[in-house]
Design a protein. Structure first.
Length: 95
């Protein structure tokens, strides 16, 4: 039971950090991002200015940073699994 609560809490924090990174990069690039909540899950919306490089930076920033955090943090195998999912998201973004 406790494991499930810790898992849900950790997943929620990871999602918030993930979306916050997208928001921060969009804000730095002057895209006026907004956070939308759908079914208790946040997502970042911003006006597309048809700059493909900026869109790539915004899309890949969160998976890259979370991958680096997962590789740097000391931890058990679950941290490595989470960082591998971030690596998968990076490849999906590029395709």
């Amino acid at each position: 039971m406790w494991f499930l609560l810790f898992f849900c809490f950790g997943l929620g924090i990871t999602i918030l950090i993930h979306e916050w990174i997208h928001w921060l990069v969009a804000k730095i690039l002057d895209y006026s991002p907004k956070i939308q909540w759908r079914f208790f899950v946040p997502s970042v919306q911003y006006e597309n200015k048809n700059n493909h490089f900026h869109n790539l930076l915004i899309a890949s920033s969160a998976p890259l940073l979370l991958l680096l955090i997962g590789l740097v943090l000391p931890g058990e195998s679950i941290v490595r699994v989470a960082s591998s999912f971030c690596l998968k998201l990076i490849f999906q973004t590029l395709l």
